[in-house]
Structure formats: structure tokens, C-alpha cells
Design a protein around this ligand. Structure first.
Ligand code: ADP
Ligand code: MG
Length: 689
């Protein structure tokens, strides 16, 4: 291998290199300025860009193009159009115009809109996002040119994840520029960065096909815990099996061609669980790339006879999957969340840090909202994932620094000794890569970025990042407003302000064990919100203060927030109804017949044994038949209950009844003849691949 092997990196992207080859210099310069700095695009160049893009795409074997967008379903959407255009009898040409590139109209009546788009006005409009480059998606018989787009209604309401994300990037960039000017920093480009670590499970496709629950809901609604699951923690970072490595290298090959910097691969904590982490990138691009990563994972798994499960909790009793979103702000290429080497840089670092602490404390509920969902409910709040309580982990060193600022101008000599003068003193050296990071914290400072660990593995990171950007923008602006209103020297004012901020918002800082029951109590005493399930977590979308905040920053209007609330609740209810129906169906049509059959065979055998006057075996047969019989009765009762709750449609009741049913089914799994149990078992799915 040499660097020239890397030529394929990004070959399926209409990259700056491809742009330079296929567009005139003047047009290329303009497009690249837009891509790099988000400068408004000159609409007169659209036709030339389209022509160049088409030539490039045809060379790559593309026959179709599509606007590629992220509707509120949480996935991606595409509708292909052929480049082909009839040009007389039995003749055709390939055509692709500026109009095709810039905008499209799609019948959007079946995308969730939460009432934003009345059905008689069912059109949705896609609009080209030139800041995320077009790319080629391949299939066995050709390829498709994909153009990342935003998706809006006729009235301009955002029907997607990208539109508000882009708006929020603008908001936080503007606020960052404003604050940097207070530090007399020259004007520079602000870049918000995201590195999203993706967790997933892989199981053999054969098992998957025989599990209607996995097929229909993405998770197993039944399955007894195997004797060995993750107790020995021998899977985490273990040697990767050859079959999985083959899959992983195929994934990487696809991703590298798409210019996605897949970097790290490893086994995760649960058996059959894995992680892929790319290098961080510009936030908007990183979000698009994460959506592609999920797609490539699914497709490559299929080609390898595997199935990639992106559900947050496919298997009870072992760890679920998250998507750790590493977020930071760069200014003129310098990471602002990197503690600097001089007092000025430190002051900037500490100010941004304080702004983020203030933002997360004030708006923890709306940040929690972004992680809501039927799947993620099984993670958050269970004792294995970051809790539903949003708190911040800073680490011992930074905690000490915060304390030192807090007592910076305190009078006691004891505190003066430890005082830190913002903008004057240099920070004590902070270990950049602390090894004892607290894995139980949902929002952790990890040396030079914040890692939000609450988002679920299947969720679009745009949602959490959009909220994070907006609340941080508001905090930065609040700091700027205060500084402008203060009289006196800048450093003294900043010191006073940061002191006040830390005092006011330190309740959100927590370094202990986030999984513990004590933390739940402590958090309650600190009055931190603990939104346990999706309906509670979605409620902040209807909160007046939150609505005012998002409207003020032009990120989401009131009606856009309402629509997101409605879509979230609907999605939650529908998913749980489906899960309940699937559970009931499996229990009645797959489990019950086997149990009933085994029971009746036993009953016959017992009768026969008694008739024959057998002296041995009768006790065993009777004991088993008693257990099976009780299980069969139990199964009947539990199924009835699930059925009743389904008729009422109340999610919590359905989930409760399903849990009850599960206990019965999982007990029966241990009683019924293994060769006749109709579902692949955990010990097979999680270990045999
Ligand atoms: P872990 O949390 O598993 O220890 P790493 O420290 O290697 O992982 O980093 C996790 C992710 O954080 C990677 O995707 C990495 O690119 C990303 N990351 C690093 N620096 C930044 C940054 N400045 N902004 C955003 N993400 C970053
Ligand atoms: Mg991590």
C-alpha cells in the first residue's frame, strides 16, 4: 500500500477536485467559496454547475439523479429521475439543467408534516444545499447522482432535519463572531464540528428472517437472557472476527469512496455489538455522512449475509446502542474548546465553556427532547446508558479551574490562594486525553470537545445538534449583552460575569456515577429535569420559553415546533402499537401452539404411564406438565391483557402488558424442547455468527 492507493478516497464525490476538472475556473471559484464558507450562491451559475455535474456523473455511470433529503421520519428520502430526455423518434439525450439542480417538487403527502402541510397542498419542495457536495450512490446495475437538499413546504416551513440545522449553524456562528470581537479577535470563519460515533449490532441474516419482531420492529420483544452475555466484558475491544472484519472493510471501502473519513472500528461492550467512528467534520456534512454511514452499514451487512441492527435496544439485558455526538466550535481553524496556551486564549476557552454550561443548564429539557423516541426510551434511564437527566461532566481538573474562577475575587485568604484571574492567569496544564473519563455522563467534556451521549443509534444527529447550536447561541449572546452593559475593565468584567455564571449554573455539573439511584435523588434536589419517557421528553416542544427562543433565532417557528411535537408523539404511539401487535401475534401463533402441543403430549404420556403402572418417570413428567400447563394458562391471560391494552391504545399500558407477557414467554423458552422453540435464541443470535 502506498499513498497512491488513496486515490479512490472521495472518488464518488463531486469534490473540489472534480469541480475544478468539470467547471470553468470562474464558476468553480464561486461554487467552492459557497461550499467552504457558506457564502450565498450566485444563482446565475446553476446551469453551468449542472452541466459539469452531469458530465461527471455520467462518467461515473449514473443514469439518474435525485434530490436526497432528510424528512422528519428520521431517515433519508430520494426520488430518482432519469437524465434521459426523448429527442425525437427513438432518440434520446441526457439532460440536467440548473433548475433540476437547484430545486425540485415532490408529492410529499405521505411524509410526516404534523399538520404543516394540508393534504390539498401536498407538495413539498426540495432545495439544493451546495455546502454538502453531491455524490454517487452505486448499485449493481449502475449509479445515481445524489444531491443533498433541504425539504420545505410551499410556505417555507421546514419539513426536514437539515433546514433547521443550517439555520442553527448560522445562529451560533453569528453569536460566536460577536463574542470573538469582544476579545478583539479578527473576523474569521466559524465552523461547527461534529464527530458522530455510531454503535450497531450485527446478526446472521438467517436468524433475522426467523424473528418477526426484529423484522417488524427492529428489536426482540421476547428472548430469555443467555447464561453468558456481557458479564465477562470480553467482547469490548476484543479481536474482531474475520467475517466481521470482511464486512467492516467493505463498509470502509464504500465510505472512503464517498469521502467519509471512517477512522475507528472496534467491538463494543455487548456481544455482537460494534462501533464505527469517523474523523470529525463540518457539522452539516458530518450529519449527511452519518446518514450515509447508516445506509452503507445496512447494505454491506446484507451483502455479507448479516443484518445490521441500528435500533437503540435490539436485545434486552445487554447494552443498547447510542450515537455519541462530539461537538465543538472552530474559529479561523482554531478549536475554541481547546484550552489555550496564553491568558487570552484561556479566557476565550473559559467563556465558551461557561456559555455552554449555562445553555445546558437552562435548556436541559429541550436538549433531552432531541433524544426522545420509542427505541431510545429503553436506553435512557435504564442502568447502562446515560440517564434521562441531563448533566455535564467536566473532569477533576476543569472542575478545579471552575472553582478557582468562582472564588477568584473572594476575600478569604484560603480561596485567594486558589483563585484564577480570567484573562490574566494561564490555566494549569490540563491533561488533554484523560483516561478516566466518566462514561455515565450524558454530556461530557472530553479534552477539546463536548460529547453528547444520549442520542440513540438510529437517530438523526441533526436534531440534537440543532438544539445545541441554538441554546449555545443564546448563551453567547446573553454573555455579550451583559458585557456590553457593564462598566469597567474587560478582564474584571469577564471575571465577575463568569463567576456569576458558574455560581448560578454549577448545579448542572456532576462528576459522580450517573447510573446510581443517589444521583436521581440528588438531581431532584438540584431541581434538574428528569424526563423519563418520550411523551415527557417531547413536552418542551410546547414550552412557551423554548418556542420564543427558537423563534428568536429563526431556527424553528412555533408551528414547526408544534409539528415536531405531533410527529414525535404519533411516531411513538404507532411504534408501540406495532410492537404490541407483533408480540401478541408471535405469542399466539408461534409460541402457544408449541407449548400446547408439548403439554398435550405430556398429558397423554402421563395418562399412558399411569395406565401402564410405570414406577419411574411419572414424577418428572407431572412436574413438567404442571409447569407447562401453568405457563400455557399464563400465556392466555397475558395475551388477553395485551389485546385489551392494544384496543385502548395507551402506550404505557401496552408496554407494561408486553413486559408481563415477555416474562411468561421467556420462562417457557427454558421449558420447551429446544429443537422445537420457534424463535432463534439470544445465545444463538448474539454469539453464533
Ligand atoms: P472516544 O470518545 O471513543 O474516546 P475519540 O476521543 O477518539 O473517541 O473521539 C471521538 C470522536 O470525536 C471522533 O469522531 C473524533 O473525530 C471526534 N472529535 C475530535 N475532535 C473533535 C472536535 N474538535 N470537534 C468535533 N469532534 C471531534
Ligand atoms: Mg466516545
Amino acid at each position: 500500500m502506498t499513498d497512491s492507493n488513496l486515490k479512490f478516497y472521495g472518488e464518488d464525490v463531486f469534490s473540489e477536485k472534480a469541480i475544478r476538472v468539470h467547471l470553468s475556473k470562474a464558476v468553480a471559484d464561486k461554487l467552492i467559496a459557497t461550499m467552504r464558507e457558506g457564502k450565498p450562491l450566485d444563482p446565475t451559475i446553476a446551469d453551468s454547475v449542472a452541466e459539469g455535474m452531469k458530465k461527471w456523473a455520467l462518467k461515473k455511470g449514473a443514469t439518474h439523479f435525485t434530490h436526497w433529503f432528510q424528512p422528519l421520519t428520521g431517515g433519508t428520502a430520494e426520488k430518482h429521475d432519469a437524465f434521459l430526455d426523448p429527442a425525437g423518434p427513438a432518440q434520446a439525450v441526457f439532460r440536467f439543467s440548473g433548475r433540476n439542480l437547484i430545486g425540485g417538487e415532490a408529492d410529499a403527502s405521505s411524509f410526516p408534516s404534523g399538520g404543516l402541510r394540508s393534504t390539498f397542498e401536498a407538495r413539498g419542495y426540495t432545495a439544493w444545499d451546495p455546502t454538502s457536495p453531491a455524490f454517487i450512490k452505486r448499485h449493481e446495475n449502475g449509479a445515481t447522482l445524489c444531491i443533498p437538499t433541504a425539504f420545505c413546504s410551499y410556505t417555507g416551513d421546514a419539513l426536514d432535519m437539515k433546514t433547521p440545522l443550517l439555520r442553527s449553524i448560522q445562529a451560533v456562528s453569528r453569536a460566536t463572531g460577536r463574542l470573538m470581537a469582544k476579545f478583539s479577535q479578527p473576523d474569521a470563519h466559524v465552523e461547527i464540528t461534529l464527530g458522530a460515533e455510531q454503535e450497531y449490532f450485527l446478526i446472521d441474516r438467517g436468524y433475522y428472517m426467523r424473528r418477526p419482531d426484529l423484522l417488524q420492529t427492529g428489536r426482540t420483544v421476547f428472548g430469555a437472557a443467555p447464561a453468558k452475555h456481557q458479564q465477562l466484558e470480553d467482547h469490548y475491544f476484543g479481536a474482531i472476527r474475520p467475517r466481521i472484519l470482511k464486512f467492516m472493510s467493505e463498509v470502509e471501502d464504500r465510505l472512503w469512496k464517498l469521502g467519509i473519513p471512517a477512522k475507528t472500528r472496534h467491538n463494543e461492550v455487548a456481544p455482537a455489538q460494534f462501533e464505527l467512528a469517523p474523523m470529525f467534520e463540518d457539522l452539516n456534512l458530518a450529519v449527511d455522512h452519518n446518514m450515509l454511514i447508516m445506509e452503507v452499514l445496512r447494505q454491506s451487512a446484507e451483502r455479507n449475509g448479516l443484518v445490521c441492527l441500528l435500533h437503540e435496544k435490539p436485545f434486552a439485558g445487554v447494552n443498547g446502542s447510542g450515537k455519541h455526538c462530539n461537538w465543538s466550535i472552530a474559529y479561523g481553524g482554531r478549536n475554541l474548546l481547546s484550552p489555550g496556551s496564553n491568558p487570552r486564549e484561556n479566557a476565550i476557552f473559559l467563556t465558551f465553556l461557561s456559555a455552554i454550561i449555562r445553555a445546558v443548564d437552562l435548556h436541559a429539557d429541550i436538549l433531552r427532547m432531541t433524544t426522545a423516541g420509542a427505541g431510545n426510551d429503553h436506553r435512557l434511564g435504564a442502568n447502562e446508558a446515560p440517564p434521562a437527566i441531563i448533566s455535564i461532566f467536566l473532569g477533576d481538573d476543569l472542575n478545579a479551574v471552575m472553582k478557582a474562577i468562582e472564588c477568584g475575587s473572594a476575600q478569604s485568604s484560603r480561596s485567594r490562594r486558589r483563585a484564577l484571574k480570567v484573562g490574566v492567569d494561564t490555566l494549569p496544564p490540563l491533561p488533554m486525553d484523560a483516561t478516566d473519563r466518566n462514561r455515565t455522563s450524558p454530556f461530557a467534556f472530553t479534552g477539546n470537545k463536548f460529547e453528547f451521549r444520549a442520542p440513540g443509534s438510529s437517530q438523526n444527529c441533526a436534531q440534537s445538534q440543532m438544539v445545541l447550536n441554538t441554546i449555545v447561541a443564546e448563551s453567547i449572546d446573553a454573555i455579550c449583552d451583559k458585557l456590553e452593559a457593564m462598566e469597567g475593565g474587560f478582564n474584571d468584567n469577564l471575571q465577575k460575569l463568569l463567576q456569576r455564571l458558574i455560581r448560578k449554573h454549577k448545579r448542572v455539573l456532576f462528576s459522580g456515577d450517573g447510573y446510581s439511584g443517589e444521583w436521581e435523588k440528588e438531581a431532584e434536589a438540584r431541581k434538574l429535569p428528569n424526563l423519563r419517557d418520550t411523551p415527557q421528553a417531547l413536552a418542551p416542544l410546547r414550552d412557551r420559553t423554548a418556542r420564543a427562543l427558537f423563534a428568536k433565532y429563526g431556527v424553528l417557528t412555533e408551528s414547526e415546533m408544534e409539528s415536531r411535537y405531533e410527529i414525535g408523539i404519533d411516531d411513538y404511539k404507532r411504534r408501540i402499537l406495532i410492537e404490541g401487535e407483533v408480540a401478541l401475534d408471535i405469542a399466539r401463533s408461534m409460541i402457544r401452539p408449541v407449548v400446547a402441543d408439548e403439554f398435550s403430549k405430556l398429558a397423554t404420556a402421563i395418562g399412558q404411564a399411569k395406565k401402564d403402572g410405570l414406577k419411574v418417570g411419572l414424577r418428572g413428567l407431572t412436574a413438567l406438565s404442571l409447569k407447562l400447563g401453568a405457563g400455557l394458562d399464563d400465556l392466555h391471560v397475558k395475551c388477553e391483557r395485551v389485546e385489551k391494552t392494544l384496543a385502548k391504545g395507551e402506550p404505557t399500558a401496552i408496554l407494561g402488558a408486553m413486559d408481563d407477557l415477555r416474562r411468561t414467554v421467556d420462562r417457557l423458552e427454558h421449558l420447551v424442547d429446544d429443537s422445537r422453540w420457534p424463535l432463534p435464541k439470544y445465545r444463538e443470535m448474539l454469539f453464533v455468527y
